[in-house]
Design a protein around this ligand. Structure first.
Ligand code: SPD
Length: 357
């Protein structure tokens, strides 16, 4: 009998140890169960207080992971093995993820707060009817600069970046589409150009920019520019707005040759485990109060019409970050160029980075 009790106790102990190990491994690898929700977002792209509020309101535990490019995010999701319940890709990535069958359709019944989104940001070509995606933030790519450090340059042209007076003064956002796109625009080409001659010409022109490029950086670009460690940056508009909050000497401009208009949207990847929780989170973020709080915290532009009304006029009325439809119509949205061409853009960007070293 004693031996039976001992065996039973040992089995029980082993079962508990296994349960503990499984839940530890699941959490560390992003696997989720019914009461956990794994979110995969860009770095610095949410007010952490909203995550806490969501957890309190729903009793769910949020596992939050970040990426720094659409390419890295798509690779991770397509490899499988890690479960993400909500992700926040940009438009061309959404189109590619749809093609690659990596997304689940959204259930509109579970997203009543979708009604607050400005119709201008719905039914866009990368996801007609918003079957798979709901707007999160939007913006442009442009130039932030310190007028005290750049002489007469106004950066109404991308070509101003090549001015010899800017030696070692420019920080570039670490994004293949952004840097190649800026090079293409500076030559008068579309930022979706796939002509090999134009792309090689762009690479050669970007290589000529290297004496002016101090560094190609991720989210730390904000701190470096706010601290005036460089005079100029090529950045996403929301980052510019956040930098200018810390240093109001700086200004942001979208050059006249054109630039990128982008949209980051919430999606539910195919590998989601907690689809109900994912809808709950998306609907929570669409609540105007939460969307306004988030926009104010991260500095990016909200597509939520009701949230916009809750923001201070100095934010919502700033045309640099809330440009009119008339202005945005002149900008280009990145197309899904297909797997081969997207890899080619990445290769060219890598060659530019190697040339810079
Ligand atoms: N730090 C958050 C950055 C998010 C920027 N998303 C812009 C994507 C443009 N393709």
């Amino acid at each position: 009998m004693k031996q039976l009790v001992q065996t039973f106790a040992a089995v029980l102990l082993a079962a508990f140890a296994l349960m503990y190990l499984t839940s530890y491994l699941n959490a560390s690898q992003g696997y989720t169960g019914g009461d956990t929700l794994t979110i995969y977002n860009w770095g610095d792209y949410i007010d952490p207080a909203l995550i806490e509020e969501f957890e309190k309101e729903t009793g769910m535990k949020v596992i939050y992971q970040t990426f720094d490019s659409n390419e890295a995010m798509m690779t991770k999701i397509s490899q499988g093995g890690t479960t993400f319940d909500v992700a926040i890709p940009s438009e061309y990535a959404i189109s590619k993820m749809k093609d690659d069958n990596l997304l689940l359709p959204l259930d509109p019944e579970k997203l009543p707060n979708r009604k607050y989104i400005d119709p201008r940001f719905l039914n866009l070509s990368f996801d007609p009817d918003n079957r798979y995606s709901i707007p999160y933030f939007w913006g442009t790519v442009g130039i932030i600069y310190n007028p005290e450090l750049v002489g007469d340059l106004k950066f109404d042209s991308w070509n101003d970046l090549w001015d010899p007076s800017l030696r070692n003064q420019i920080l570039l956002v670490d994004g293949a589409r952004e840097v190649i796109g800026m090079g293409l625009n500076s030559l008068g080409y579309s930022l979706n150009d796939t002509d090999e001659g134009h792309l090689q010409e762009t690479l050669a022109k970007l290589n000529q920019l290297t004496p002016n490029v101090k560094a190609i950086v991720g989210d730390e670009i904000k701190m470096l520019l706010a601290n005036e460690e460089a005079a100029v940056g090529v950045v996403w508009s929301g980052d510019a707005s956040e930098i200018m909050d810390d240093n109001d000497k700086l200004d942001y401009v979208v050059p006249e040759e054109g630039s990128n208009l982008w949209f980051d949207n919430m999606v539910i990847p195919k590998t989601a485990d907690n689809v109900k929780g994912a809808h709950r989170f998306i609907n929570f973020m669409l609540d105007p109060k939460h969307a306004a709080q988030n926009a104010e915290y991260v500095g990016y532009s909200t597509p939520n019409a009701e949230a916009l009304k809750l923001l201070p006029e100095e934010i919502s009325g700033d045309e640099r970050f809330y440009p009119s439809e008339e202005l945005t119509e002149k900008l280009e949205v990145y197309d899904n160029l297909g797997k081969r061409m997207l890899s080619h853009y990445n290769e060219l960007f890598l060659q530019f980075k190697m040339f810079k070293k």
